[in-house]
Ligand binder design. Structure first.
Ligand code: SF4
Length: 286
């Protein structure tokens, strides 16, 4: 629970505020940029919400915050915000909200499909989210991109009986399915698991239609205005991560949905490929 007495002084005056417990995961200013901004090492409120839509969006950011660093004196939107996840990003792909401190606020995504719903990485096992996922048909499969973003995977298994899928390279024990090797694996006719070792030994991406879910392998960097990856937060092999980025040039997708960092949508798979080539050139040169 955020405390007004611990609020950063640069919050704009008004009901919403960010306090000193913020871990700068980026969720609030990526999800509700009309209200929140990146202050360098922490988020802050740059403009108080001026209408209903922005008020609800800011309240949803409060709900999604992994560490409860956002407070509001305006309680009107909070109940609706708690029930608003998963939040649709496309016709059948949703942001799960309810990020977890265990995953440092990494984003999880929900894919609603007739052949069985999928979670990409684990959100916080919050009851309002669990109920909504149940109403949307439950979760058949939970794909874990890598060892850092597993959060409450066991609770989702317990609630929904979903099959948890992960690469053996990241070695989590007790899962229903561990995959091996560097070759892509068809989890279903519309779900392709692509091993992309580098950030960790067992990092994988998931391709669904035009969406590539990338975990911590790849994201959009708005300051550099290009796709990016982090050498600083590389836990296994930077050379392998670069090679794994090159491997993605063989696939068609126009959306990148990462665990951390900004989402990216290109006009077409060809435009995304050009974006990826530009990123690889820049990362190899850095
Ligand atoms: S969502 Fe919470 S922890 Fe993440 S940047 Fe915003 S206030 Fe900080």
């Amino acid at each position: 629970m955020a405390r007004r007495t611990e609020a950063y002084p640069n919050n704009a005056p008004g009901p919403f505020f960010v306090d000193r417990t913020c871990i700068d995961c980026g969720t609030c200013y990526q999800f509700a940029p009309d209200t929140f901004a990146d202050g360098g090492a922490h988020a802050y409120v740059h403009t108080q919400p001026m209408d209903e839509a922005r008020g609800l969006r800011a309240a949803m950011a409060l709900v999604a915050c992994p560490v409860g660093s956002i407070g509001s004196d305006e309680k009107g939107h909070l109940q609706a915000a708690a029930r608003a996840f998963p939040h649709p990003l496309t016709e059948d792909v949703y942001f799960s909200g309810y990020t977890s401190e265990k995953s440092y606020g990494a984003w999880s995504y929900f894919i609603r499909r007739p052949r069985g719903n999928v979670l990409m990485d684990s959100p916080r096992a919050a009851e309002p989210l669990m109920k909504n996922l149940e109403a949307l048909g439950g979760v058949s499969m939970l794909v874990l991109s890598h060892q850092d973003d597993v959060a409450d995977h066991a609770a989702f298994r317990q609630r929904f009986g979903c099959e948890r899928v992960m690469h053996r390279g990241d070695g989590l024990t007790g899962l229903e399915r561990l995959v091996d090797g560097d070759e892509p694996i068809a989890l279903d006719e519309d779900l392709l698991l692509i091993p992309t070792p580098g950030h960790t030994a067992g990092s994988v991406c998931l391709l669904y239609r035009d969406c590539l879910f990338t975990g911590d392998h790849l994201w959009w960097n708005p300051e550099k205005r290009r796709l990016s990856a982090s050498r600083t937060y590389n836990w296994h092999s930077w050379e392998q991560q670069l090679a794994s980025l090159e491997k993605l040039l063989a696939y068609d997708f126009s959306r990148v949905l990462p665990g951390h960092g900004y989402l990216h949508k290109a006009q077409s798979p060809e435009a995304m490929r050009a974006d990826l080539e530009r990123a690889i050139r820049a990362l190899r040169a850095s």
